[in-house]
Each structure stands twice: as structure tokens, then as C-alpha cells.
Design a protein around this ligand. Structure first.
Ligand SMILES: CC(C)(COP(=O)(O)OP(=O)(O)OC[C@H]1O[C@@H](n2cnc3c(N)ncnc32)[C@H](O)[C@@H]1OP(=O)(O)O)[C@@H](O)C(=O)NCCC(=O)NCCS
Length: 175
């Protein structure tokens, strides 16, 4: 069974491991192979530990007992207020734990957190070539913007998916 809880600083190493594993699974052919190979576990762990200590709302999906972190999401006030009030900054689930509802539950927890910040809307950036964009559509988000992003030495197209009303992500709102 998967449960969702707010992350603690001590979770940072496991979160970094999920981050890097998910990137290496989702982004071959999209991001350069040498960039993916060079992702640093220690620097990601340090970044997540510092973000959690600073109060960034990271939620983790935990499988089994005593519990292994198999996915996570983070949410912040929007860095692009013209798009929405809140932003889903990250959302990653390990391949072996997909299609079990973890992504939906992490999104709901992130939306709940944004609501406590009085955000009524939220968006997420998704690379256009990432299959995950269809997940966001399934979760009720609408494509509202596309723009070019220079990242890891390549030009990428990223899509902004918007939830104009975050209440659609409440657990009881499931279609
Ligand atoms: C996208 C991601 C977070 C989805 O997580 P998940 O735990 O597999 O999703 P869930 O099991 O909660 O799925 C919820 C619903 O979305 C659907 N869904 C999941 N991934 C989908 C996809 N890629 N395309 C279409 N529908 C998808 C599920 O079938 C399910 O449908 P239902 O409403 O009929 O039950 C996960 O696949 C992932 O981490 N992908 C790789 C990393 C990534 O690209 N993250 C996003 C970066 S922007």
C-alpha cells in the first residue's frame, strides 16, 4: 500500500535517488545521455535537504513497512503569476510503482498544500516530448502555453498545464 506524507530532511537521500532514477528513465532521447549519466546523487540530496529545511512542501509516496520512498512531488507559490497562483515544481514516481495511484495522490497532497497558501490555481511545466503530459491531461489540466527552454545544452519545448481551480485535485473529486 502507498501512503503519502510530508517529507523530512532525513528523506533527502531517498528523494534524490528517486529523482535521478526517474530522470534517467523518462528523459533518454530528450536530454543528452552525458547529462543524465552525470547527475550527482550527493548534490541532489543536499539540494533537497536544504529545500525541505527551508520549508518547501515536498510530499513523498511511501511503499510498505517500514517504508521505502517510491515517488515525490513539490509545490511552491508560482514563479509565473501570469499563469497561475501555485506551481507543481516536481512530480516523480519510480517506474515499478506507476499506475498505482501515487502520482494522483501526490498531486492531491501538493494541491492541498497550495490551498493552505491561498492559491486557487496551479500549473506545471512538462517537456513536450514527455509522455507524462498525458497524465496531466488525465488529471484535468489544460495546455495553456508552450515555450522554448535552453537546458543541458539543448533547446527543448516545454508545455504549461493549468488547473484553473485546484479543487478538482481533491481526492473526493475523482471522476
Ligand atoms: C507522470 C507520473 C508522475 C504519473 O504517476 P503514476 O503514479 O503512474 O500515476 P497514477 O497511477 O496516479 O495515475 C493516475 C491516472 O493517470 C493515468 N496515467 C498515468 N500516467 C499516464 C500517462 N503517461 N499518460 C496517460 N495517462 C496516464 C493513469 O492510468 C490513471 O488513470 P485513471 O484515472 O484511469 O486511474 C509518473 O508516470 C512519472 O513519474 N513519470 C516519469 C517522470 C515524469 O515525467 N514526471 C513528470 C515531470 S513533469
Amino acid at each position: 500500500m502507498i501512503t503519502i506524507r510530508r517529507a523530512k530532511p532525513a528523506d533527502a537521500a531517498e528523494i534524490a535517488a528517486v529523482h535521478i532514477t526517474a530522470w534517467r528513465s523518462a528523459y533518454p532521447g530528450i536530454l543528452p545521455a552525458d547529462y543524465l549519466a552525470g547527475l550527482s546523487f550527493s548534490s541532489h540530496a543536499a539540494q533537497y535537504e536544504s529545500a525541505i529545511r527551508d520549508g518547501v512542501a515536498v510530499h513523498v509516496a511511501v511503499w510498505g513497512s517500514p517504508g521505502r520512498i517510491v515517488g515525490f512531488a513539490s509545490a511552491v507559490r508560482s514563479r509565473r503569476r501570469a499563469l497561475a497562483e501555485g506551481e507543481i515544481e516536481t512530480l516523480y514516481v519510480l517506474d515499478d510503482f506507476r499506475d498505482k495511484g501515487a502520482g494522483r495522490q501526490l498531486l492531491a497532497a501538493s494541491a492541498g498544500f497550495l490551498t493552505t497558501l491561498t492559491c486557487r490555481s496551479a500549473f506545471a511545466w512538462v517537456l513536450r516530448e514527455n509522455q507524462a503530459r498525458w497524465f496531466y491531461e488525465r488529471m484535468g489540466a489544460k495546455l495553456v502555453a508552450e515555450e522554448t527552454l535552453r537546458f543541458a545544452g539543448v533547446d527543448l519545448m516545454q508545455c504549461a498545464y493549468l488547473w484553473p481551480d485546484l479543487t478538482v485535485l481533491r481526492p473526493q473529486a475523482r471522476a
